[in-house]
Write a protein that binds this ligand. Sequence first.
Ligand SMILES: O=P(O)(O)OC[C@H]1O[C@H](OP(=O)(O)OP(=O)(O)O)[C@H](O)[C@@H]1O
Ligand SMILES: NC(=O)CC[C@H](N)C(=O)O
Ligand SMILES: [Mg+2]
Length: 507
Amino acid sequence: MCGIVGIVANSPVNQTIYDALTVLQHRGQDAAGIMTIDDQQRFRLRKANGLVRDVFGTLHMHRLQGHIGLGHVRYPTAGSSSSAEAQPFYANSPFGVSLAHNGNLTNADELKEMLYQTARRHINTTSDSEVLLNVLAHEMCVSRQWNLTPDDIFSAVKATVKQVRGGYAAVALIIGHGLIAFRDPHGIRPLVLGSRVDESGKTDYMVASESVALDVCGFTLERDIEPGEAIYITDDGQLFSQQCVEKFSHNPCIFEFVYFARPDSFIDKVSVYQARVRMGRKLGQKIRREWEDKDIDVIIPIPETSCDIALEIAAELKIPYRQGFVKNRYIGRTFIMPGQKTRKKSVRQKLNAIGAEFKGKNVLLVDDSIVRGTTSQQIIEMARDSGANKVYFASAAPEIRYPNVYGIDMPSAEELIAHERTVKGICDAIEADGLIFQDLSDLIEAVREGNPELKGFETSVFDGCYITNDIDSGYLQMLNDMRNDDAKADRAAELASNLEMHNEGHP
Ligand SMILES: O=P(O)(O)OC[C@H]1O[C@H](OP(=O)(O)OP(=O)(O)O)[C@H](O)[C@@H]1O
Ligand SMILES: NC(=O)CC[C@H](N)C(=O)O
Ligand SMILES: [Mg+2]
């Protein structure tokens, strides 16, 4: 789940993009990049593997000149984690185009072949985002006009959306023109538009994956980009928008609300924080209905994402809430780290128990979700080592049994702890004394209550129904073979060594 940002302003954008990426860091910890267009109409780029604070030094920031730019934080869902696949990507025609993408294309291989056969375009990496950039660039090249009008831009997006399948929110820059942003026809991945008026009364625009980026950078949230909609902001600040598909529906990824997004963001008018509070309330009610016999002394969240949920469960059940685990604030999110070995080690480095909260007690541990079971297994063991009497476990999301194909790196069903297991089987696997999951209908209601206009959600990891209706067992098998943990580890060394096209320069 990457984070993207794009700005058209009346003053330099480097620092604002940096600040926006810093608050989107929770969406991608592997790589970061910024591209700007300077006053001489040249691209300026810095991208590399690492966290935002490590990738951009003072020298890079000085070089990233210009009043228009975009940025990206990466969590790979396609290709490799090589720095050559860090974003934004660049294509030189028409005029010079750069693109950053959140999501995952499910027909990237076919598109790559099509680009080669019909457009003579070369894709140098295994990234689906480089494919998306080239499809868009190719479609812009078919315009007969020298300069691209807003209509030319929208026609290119329309043609792109027709060919591209999967989940995507993207932002692109075109030299001499401006910034484009667009969202897939199901609105799976989030994208918001904001504005701010500078001291001279001129309007700056920002698009970003989450509204928190707007807040922190002094922009006001205008609205969500609609599913299938594109906006085009010229480099002198005129904004155009157009719906680019005839058939669209609104099915935001429900996992954004469960885990990915920051609680202080709004996605499709729903407060992520309030959605999590409602998840806690509904799960608390289920626990009261189904677990009358369990004598719970204390409710303990597994920091950080589940804290708001656990607090509400405690309020619902009138049982004390205690922060029984201390989180090391210098360790990032473990679920989005590459490789099971790293993830496992990081849980222990990140969380440590406060013995007094466990000794002799029946504890209910609460997490937002159980994916591979990496966190829950270790945390239950830590609770027992700290002297807990009984260790119960509650998950605010239902059982995750199916792979994700739209931008969350869950490619392999076999790696999911709930795959082909009953609740009892999962409970045994994580060695809990009791395990309870939120019902999918309750999760959906918890989010929908924030915006009753939302009729559906992308819920495939829970029910195996893929909203784009084009995912078959062959594709899932290919995804599994390409991207399971062992396959990724095998390919990592090879890809890292031969794809370094861009020059990172001095650190
Ligand atoms: O079953 P698993 O495979 O372990 O995945 C689920 C866990 O991973 C996430 O936490 P993470 O540490 O990524 O981030 P957080 O600090 O925001 O909770 C999520 O909140 C769960 O705790
Ligand atoms: N998590 C994402 O949005 C990933 C974007 C893109 N598929 C990549 O791997 O770089
Ligand atoms: Mg967590």
